[in-house]
Design a protein around this ligand. Structure first.
Ligand code: CDV
Length: 369
């Protein structure tokens, strides 16, 4: 196999330090715009921010007051895309002024039409905004919502109320191509009906997929993107560093895990998920956390960029606002896609029926004795 032509793109993981519950949106916006400035001065093309980036990670709180709860959401309608939504418009305008693409997580209050009677649906979402085109190229709504509907009764417990506050994402896992990001990308006008699909593979504009936080623990999403030839998966997160009620990681231990042990294990699982799934789908991934002590609760850092062989090639060193920059050559995805993970040649659909028939576990029948 000849080495494919390089297809380089300079990307940044924009880790955020904590954003306290008392902090106005404007503070977060100012910090995020400062990271955009830094990225632009380092010739970055794409900047990836965390999940629910504009506010504190509010699902850790039981919030009975609907006015307060809804204050964390950004209003969106078909006529009012997120980049025009009043609270956050200056952030997108700044990215556009710098010609930067961004992935950013936000709480979406979706009204399917502009009539005042329209029902609102709440999602945990991410947008891919093209700074060159000044518009959202793709929206993603978190599919795998973690946590519980009713709050944990233990005083001081870190809550995880995403199942209470959000609906599960209904957009699936749509991969998409990003224009103007990789020089010399093959265009439709340059191929004809006789060009075999395999000849164009890995030569077009970059193929991107989005996940949000807990989604990274589920291979189903990664593989859905893998089957669309994904080259770059973007995933923002807010991952608690200590939540025994939620994670149950103490259940079979003689001694409860210390905070340090719990955080170490959670960081290990974060890395395990993003490295293994990047390898098994032969893609890069940019994985970006909100980190540090937020509202008295610790979040892990673990922000990292992973290559298609599953190696971490760059990572954050702090629990603060930090930009991790690296140049990726997307051509490196092709070896895995053509060999070990050439899905068309190696996947066996006739053996996978259970995957779509069953969500939960049904164990084989008990033995007679
Ligand atoms: N925000 C998240 O989705 N958090 C989940 C867990 C810790 C509840 C995560 O997978 O990190």
């Amino acid at each position: 196999m000849n080495a494919p032509n390089p297809r380089t793109i300079r990307v940044a993981a924009a880790q955020l330090g904590p954003i306290q519950r008392s902090e106005p949106r404007q503070n977060a916006l100012t910090r995020m715009c400062a990271l955009l400035d830094k990225a632009a001065s380092d010739s970055v093309r794409l900047v990836v921010f965390p999940e629910l980036a504009f506010t504190t990670f509010f699902p850790r709180h039981y919030i009975p007051d609907n006015k307060e709860l809804h204050g964390y959401f950004e209003l969106e309608t078909p006529a009012l895309p997120i980049n025009e939504s009043p609270n956050v418009k200056p952030f997108f305008a700044h990215a556009e002024s710098l010609g930067l693409d961004v992935y950013v997580g936000y709480a979406e209050a979706w009204k399917h039409d502009d009539g005042s009677q329209a029902e609102t649906t709440y999602y945990n979402s991410a947008a891919y905004f093209s700074g060159r085109l000044g518009k959202v190229l793709q929206k993603y709504r978190k599919v795998h919502l973690p946590g519980v509907v009713e709050p944990f009764p233990e005083p001081g417990a870190t809550q995880q109320l995403e199942k209470r506050y959000f609906k599960n994402g209904d957009l699936g896992f749509p991969a998409f191509r990003v224009p103007d990001a990789v020089e010399g990308s093959l265009k439709l006008s340059e191929v004809n009906n006789n060009t075999p699909a395999t000849e164009a593979r890995g030569k077009g504009d970059p193929i991107v997929g989005m996940l949000i936080c807990n989604d990274r623990r589920w291979p189903e999403g990664w593989r859905s993107y893998g089957l669309q030839g994904v080259e770059l998966v973007l995933c923002g997160y807010n991952t608690t560093a200590y939540a025994p009620q939620l994670l149950g990681s103490d259940l079979h231990q003689q001694q409860p895990l210390t905070r340090e042990e719990a955080e170490k294990e959670i960081l290990y699982h974060n890395r395990l998920c993003v490295t293994s799934n990047s390898y098994m789908n032969s893609c890069f991934s940019v994985n970006v956390g909100k980190a540090g002590n937020e509202d008295g609760h610790d979040l892990i850092s673990g922000t990292c960029i992973v290559d298609p062989k599953g190696y971490v090639i760059a990572e954050a060193k702090t629990k603060e606002d930090e930009l991790v920059v690296v140049e990726l050559d997307l051509a490196a995805c092709q070896a895995g896609k053509a060999k070990t993970f050439d899905f068309g040649r190696h996947r066996r659909l006739e053996s996978y029926g259970l995957l779509l028939e069953r969500a939960g576990v049904i164990e084989p029948e008990l033995l007679a004795e």
